[in-house]
Design a protein around this ligand. Sequence first.
Ligand code: MG
Length: 388
Amino acid sequence: MLARLRFPVERSRGRRYPEPEHPYRNAFQRDRDRIVHSRAFRRLEAKTQVFTPGLSDHFRNRLTHTIEVAQIARTLASVLQLDEDLTEALALGHDIGHPPFAHAGEEALNAEMQRFGDHFDHNLHALRIIESFEQRYARFPGLNLSFEVREGMVKHSHDFGPGEQPQLDAFLPGLRPVLEGQLIDLADEIAYNTADLDDAWSAGLITAQDIAGAVPQYAEIHEAVETQFPGASDREQFYEGLRQLIDALVSGLIEGTVRAAEASGAANFEDVRACPRRLVAFTPEAAATSMVLKRFLYTRVYASPALGADRRQAMTRISELFRFFVKSPDRLPAGYAQQAAAEPAHRVVCDYLAGMTDAFFRRTYEAMLGPAAMPPTAAPAVATPPTS
Ligand code: MG
C-alpha cells in the first residue's frame, strides 16, 4: 500500500529535551503511553462531546469519542501500512485541548479572549498542555513528546504558511504533516459524524428515515438492510446501517488516499511534506457523503432547539466565570494567582477555565458565583482541581 510513505520513527526530529532510548519501546510508543498517562487525557472523561449527560448513559463523552477516533485511525494506518504508533499517539491526543462544554465552551472562551485582542484555539491549548502544563517529569516541563507528535497536534485540523502563526514557526510552516498526522482529521470526521447520528438517534432527535432523506449513500444502505433483515427491530436495522456507513466512509478514505498518493508521485515522507496539498483524502463519493452528513447534523442536531438551550446556558456561565476571575484574580488557586500577577490575567484565566472538566467548572462556578442553572454534567471523574 503506502509503506514507502510511512514516517520512519528513526528519522524523528526528536524531543526538545534529549532523553536516553527506552530498552523496548520506540519514541512514538512512549509518546502514546505518555499521553494516556497524562491528567489532561483522563479529564476527557468528564468533558461533553456533543450531548450533555443526563438524558442517556450512552452518549459519547470526549474520552469515548477519542477511543473511537483512535480505533478508526489505527485501522487506516494498518491497512495503508503507515506507522500505527505515531497514528495512535496523535489520535489519543487530538482532543486534549478541548475546554468544558464542547464547542459552546470553545466559542465562549474565544469570544472573551477577543475582547483582549487575543483568541482561544483548542489545538494551541493542547500544545501548551503537553509542553508546559503537565507536570510529571523531574527533568523537564510537560510531556517532552517527539517533534512529529507535537507538529501533528498543531496541524491537526489545518496547515499554516510561514509567518501566519509566529508562535508555531518551529513546526515547519508551509509543509504538510506526515501521512500519519494527516489521517487524524478525517478519522475524526468519520468518528464524530457517525457517532453523532447514533447519539441523536438515541436521543429521539432523528430517525433512520430522516437520515435516508438527506444522505443518498445512507438511503441505499438502509434500503438494503430493510430488504435483508425485514423482521429486525428499528434499533437493529439502524445499527446495521450505521456500521455499514462507517465501513463505506473508511473504505472511501483508504481508496481516496491511495489514489491521491499515486497521482502525486510521492516516493517518501519528505515528498509527502513538500506536496502542495494533503494526500489523505476521501473518494469523491465518500467526500459527498461526509459533506451532506455534516450539513444534516448541523441543521437537525447541532443547531436544534434541543441542544440550543444547553449551549446558550454553557456559554453564558463560562463568560460570567471568566469575567469574575479577570476582575478578581486573587480568587484563582494560588499558582494561577501568582501567574496572573506576572502575565496578562485573561490568558491565565483562559488556561484555567480551558483545563476544567464540565463538573469541575460547575463546582467552581457555584463556589465563586453561587448556584445557577447549567447544562447537566457527568459525575466528577477527578476530585482535585485541574491544575496541570
Ligand atoms: Mg475529535
